[in-house]
Design a protein around this ligand. Structure first.
Ligand SMILES: C[S@@+](CC[C@H](N)C(=O)[O-])C[C@H]1O[C@@H](n2cnc3c(N)ncnc32)[C@H](O)[C@@H]1O
Length: 245
């Protein structure tokens, strides 16, 4: 095969996870998953604007975040009604007013972006296209990260997206992950840090089974617990915390 020098565009494509959506049906599905109340929406990684176009068409007020200067200026030229912010989505300052979030995320930074979103206070729902495994794992729960955030958020997987829906085609399928902020938190927000330390202590605690771990961590003998920390539901974690602290 003849040697071909990588252009700056090729490099950006790889380094910035630029796998653009080419399936309009998938784009519609993502936008349709947003609550019909037309809240302002922040799009993370707007790229060539496949989702941006659909959002604008739905009448929403859109802020598009894009790091690549080439795509940021193309978005400005194509969608004059959209506020385009050229910055790293990990540093983006989310609006103070309530809004929704949407994005086909660069697969390499999915976890950092999700963690960042969970600490933000003003969005009500987030529809994210991520790797299928990540969407599935987050929605299934049973892990420390989910348990630490489940009093304030619901995690839902909304289906698998075949790799052929993107160009260039990624190595793995995508999946839609929907995060929704609970209107009634299961644990008060001002106890977040304490609750999260409690969940960590239980997940990493010593003991054969959850009952013994909880006794070692809290001193309480709690009846009718499931076998392992990963078996507790969001409501179960909140009850356990409230009843033992
Ligand atoms: C998977 S593409 C999605 C593009 C477009 N939304 C679509 O669905 O076709 C990810 C986009 O995020 C941009 N991006 C990558 N890293 C970023 C970062 N740290 N901050 C902001 N944008 C980033 C890429 O340049 C790319 O346009």
């Amino acid at each position: 095969m003849p040697y071909r020098r990588r252009s700056a565009r090729d490099r950006a494509r790889r380094e910035l996870g630029q796998n653009f959506l080419v399936d309009r049906g998938v784009v519609r599905r993502l936008v349709d998953l947003l609550d019909p109340v037309p809240r302002p929406v922040v799009e993370l990684g707007a790229g060539s604007g496949a989702i941006t176009r659909e959002l604008v068409g739905s009448g929403r007020r859109v802020t598009a975040v894009e790091l690549d200067p080439h795509w940021a200026s193309s978005l400005r030229a194509t969608f004059p009604e959209v506020r385009v912010i050229r910055c790293d989505m990990l540093d983006f300052r989310f609006p103070a007013a309530e809004h929704a979030v949407i994005g086909n995320l660069p697969f390499g930074i999915t976890t950092s972006v999700t963690r960042r979103l969970l600490t933000e206070k003003t969005w009500s729902e987030a529809v994210l296209l991520v790797q299928w495994d990540v969407a599935r794992k987050r929605a299934e729960g049973g892990n420390q990260l989910n348990a630490q955030w489940s009093p304030w958020y619901e995690f839902q997987s909304c289906g698998r997206i075949p790799a052929r829906s993107f160009r260039p085609t990624p190595a793995v399928d995508g999946g839609i992950l929907k995060l929704r902020r609970r209107s009634r938190p299961l644990v008060p927000l001002d106890e977040q840090r304490r609750y999260q330390r409690f969940v960590e202590a239980v997940f990493t605690g010593r003991g054969r089974g959850l009952t013994e771990i909880v006794r070692n961590v809290t001193g309480y003998r709690v009846r009718n617990l499931p076998a392992l920390p990963r078996d507790l539901s969001a409501e179960g974690w909140a009850r356990l915390y409230t009843g033992t602290t």
